[in-house]
Ligand binder design. Structure first.
Ligand code: AHR
Length: 494
C-alpha cells in the first residue's frame, strides 16, 4: 500500500498549455490520407479535412500544431502551396526515396492555417532555412501575418484571406545538425541571426524557435549558445527546440517484459536531457528569457506495424505501452513546467507515436489519444506538489524506473491528478490524502489499462478509459491502480 499526499496551495508554477501540442508533417500518411482526404472524398470532410479527426482534436483542446515538418520543412517552398489548387505544382517530397510519394501541395498555407482556426489550435510554422533564403522566409511571414497593403498581402487577399493569419510561432530550421543542413552549432547560430532579425522586422512579436540538438548533444547546444551570445548582443531567440525519440523497446506489438521496461526507462531520460540543456542555457540566459521546448518527442519503433503495413512511412501501431510512455512523459513535463514551455508529440496521424491511424474511412483512435483527453485539464493549470515514496522497479540495477509516476495540478477549483503504474504485472493500491485542503464531493476516476501490448484496430476498440465515481472515506481516497495503467482523478476541494 502506497500513500500519496497532494499539497496545497499550488507551488506558483503554471503548466503551459502548449506542452500538450502536436506535430503534423508532410510525410507518409500524416497529412494526405490522414488529416486530409480531399473535398471530393466520401469520407465526411471540411474543406478536405476529415471531420471526425477535427472533432476529436477539439475535444482534447489541442493547443498548438506544428507544420509542415520536420525534415520536410527544410525542402518546402511555401509558394507551391498557395493559389488555385488546380494549378499547384506537384513536387518531389524530400521523403520520396523512402515511400515514393510526391507532394501535391493541396494542403498549403491557407488550408493549414484555417484548419488550425477551426480546431482551435495555434499554428506553429517551421520555415525552410536549408534550401530557402532569408528573404523567402521573411516573405512567407509577410504573406501570412503582415497587416499593411503590400504586393504579398494583396496576393494573400486575392487567394481568399483579407485579414492576416494569426501565426505567432515560427521555427527557423529543423534538425540543422542533421538533414536540415549538417551544421555545427556555431555555424547555425550565425545563420539563425540573419533569419531571426529579418523575420522580426516584419513581425516584431513573433515567437521564434531556434533549432536545438538531438537527444543529449550538449556540445552542439553549448556551441550554439556560445556563438549566439558572442556574435551580437541580444539574440532574437524566443525558444530553443530540442528533439528526443525513445527507442530500444523491441517490436511495436510483440515486445517482452524486458523491452517494456527498457522503453520506459529510455523515454524518461528526457528529464535529465532537458535539465542538462536548461543548465547550459542558464549560463547564457540566467533570467530565462529564452524558453526550452521539445518540438518533437515520442516512441520510435521499427516500422510496418500500422494498418498500411509499411506503405505510410514511419507508421506504427500504438499500444498501451505507448500510452504509458506518453502519460509518464507528460507527467515529467508538468513537473518540470518551469523549464519546458512547449512540446509536440510526433506525429498526430498514421506515423510515429500517433493519436490516430486511418484505414480508408475507418478511424482508429489510439490509446495515446486517450491520454491527451484524460490529462487535458493540466493545460494552463497551477502545479501542485506531491509527496510520495514510490518503489523503483526494472529489469536490472541500472535501468530502474519509479513504479508510480505522478503529477497534480489545480485549475478552476478542480484538482487533476495523473498517475501511471509502470509495472508490467503488479497492481498497486494507493491512499491519496490532501494537505492544506480537503476533498469536496466525489472523485471522477478515469483509468486506461489492459494487456501491455493491447491496441485498437479497424475491427476492435478495446483500449479506452473507464470512468468511475469514487467516494472519499474519512479524508482518504483509496484507489486501485492496475498494472500497466494510466489513471486520472479529478475532484473539487475546499
Ligand atoms: O518525425 C519524423 C522525423 O523525425 C522528422 O521529420 C524529423 O525532424 C525527425 O528526424
Amino acid at each position: 500500500m502506497q500513500k500519496i499526499v497532494i499539497k496545497y496551495p499550488a507551488v506558483r508554477k503554471k503548466i503551459c498549455d502548449k506542452i500538450y501540442g502536436h506535430f503534423s508533417e508532410h510525410i507518409g500518411g500524416v497529412v494526405y490520407g490522414g488529416l486530409y482526404v480531399g473535398a471530393d472524398s466520401d469520407i465526411p470532410n471540411d474543406n478536405g479535412f476529415r471531420t471526425d479527426i477535427m472533432e476529436l482534436l477539439r475535444k482534447i483542446d489541442i493547443p498548438v500544431l506544428r507544420w509542415p515538418g520536420g525534415c520536410f520543412a527544410e525542402h518546402y517552398n511555401w509558394r507551391d502551396g498557395i493559389g488555385d489548387k488546380a494549378n499547384r505544382p506537384v513536387t518531389v517530397n524530400f521523403w520520396y526515396a523512402n515511400d515514393g510519394k510526391l507532394e501535391t501541395n493541396q494542403v498549403g498555407t491557407h488550408e493549414f492555417a484555417e484548419y488550425c482556426e477551426k480546431i482551435g489550435a495555434e499554428p506553429y510554422f517551421a520555415a525552410n532555412c536549408t534550401e530557402s533564403t532569408v528573404l523567402e522566409v521573411r516573405n512567407w511571414v509577410e504573406y501570412c501575418t503582415f497587416d499593411r497593403q503590400t504586393t504579398l498581402t494583396k496576393l494573400r487577399a486575392a487567394n481568399g484571406r483579407e485579414k492576416p493569419f494569426r501565426i505567432n510561432f515560427w521555427g527557423l530550421g529543423n534538425e540543422c545538425w542533421g538533414d536540415g543542413g549538417k551544421m555545427t552549432g556555431d555555424y547555425y547560430a550565425n545563420l539563425y541571426k540573419n533569419y531571426a532579425e529579418s523575420v522580426r522586422r516584419i513581425k516584431k512579436d513573433s515567437y521564434l524557435v531556434a533549432c536545438g540538438p538531438s537527444d543529449n548533444d550538449t556540445a552542439w547546444t553549448e556551441s550554439f549558445f556560445r556563438q549566439a551570445f558572442a556574435s551580437y548582443q541580444a539574440p532574437q531567440i524566443s525558444a530553443f527546440g530540442m528533439h528526443y525519440y525513445s527507442i530500444g523497446g523491441g517490436d511495436c506489438l510483440n515486445f517482452n517484459e524486458e523491452e517494456w521496461y527498457r522503453l520506459i526507462f529510455n523515454s524518461q531520460k528526457i528529464e535529465t536531457y532537458i535539465l542538462e540543456h536548461r543548465a547550459i542555457m542558464d549560463r547564457y540566459d540566467p533570467d530565462r528569457k529564452i524558453d526550452l521546448v521539445v518540438d518533437e518527442w515520442g516512441n520510435w519503433h521499427p516500422v510496418g506495424s500500422g494498418p498500411s503495413k509499411g506503405a505510410n512511412l514511419f507508421e506504427q501501431q500504438n499500444t498501451l505501452r505507448d500510452a504509458v510512455v506518453a502519460a509518464s512523459t507528460l507527467n515529467i513535463f508538468n513537473n518540470r513546467c518551469d523549464v519546458i514551455k512547449m512540446a509536440n508529440l510526433a506525429q498526430v496521424c498514421n506515423n510515429l507515436h500517433s493519436l490516430f491511424l486511418t484505414a480508408g474511412e475507418k478511424l482508429i483512435v489510439t490509446p495515446t489519444y486517450y491520454v491527451f483527453e484524460m490529462m487535458k485539464y493540466h493545460q494552463n493549470a497551477e502545479l501542485l506538489s506531491v509527496e510520495k515514496d514510490s518503489a523503483k522497479i526494472g529489469i536490472n540495477d541500472v535501468e530502474k524506473i519509479e513504479k508510480l509516476n505522478i503529477s497534480a495540478s489545480e485549475r478552476d477549483g478542480y484538482t487533476l491528478v495523473s498517475v501511471v503504474n509502470t509495472s508490467y504485472r503488479e497492481s498497486e493500491t494507493v491512499e491519496f490524502e490532501l494537505s492544506g485542503k480537503v476533498f469536496d464531493g466525489v472523485v471522477t476516476e478515469k483509468c486506461l489499462t489492459g494487456k501491455p501490448n493491447a491496441y485498437n484496430d479497424r475491427d476492435k476498440a478495446i483500449v479506452k478509459p473507464i470512468e468511475t465515481s469514487l467516494n472519499v472515506d474519512n479524508g482518504i481516497l483509496s484507489v486501485d491502480l492496475p498494472a500497466a495503467s494510466v489513471t486520472t482523478l479529478r475532484f473539487k476541494t475546499k
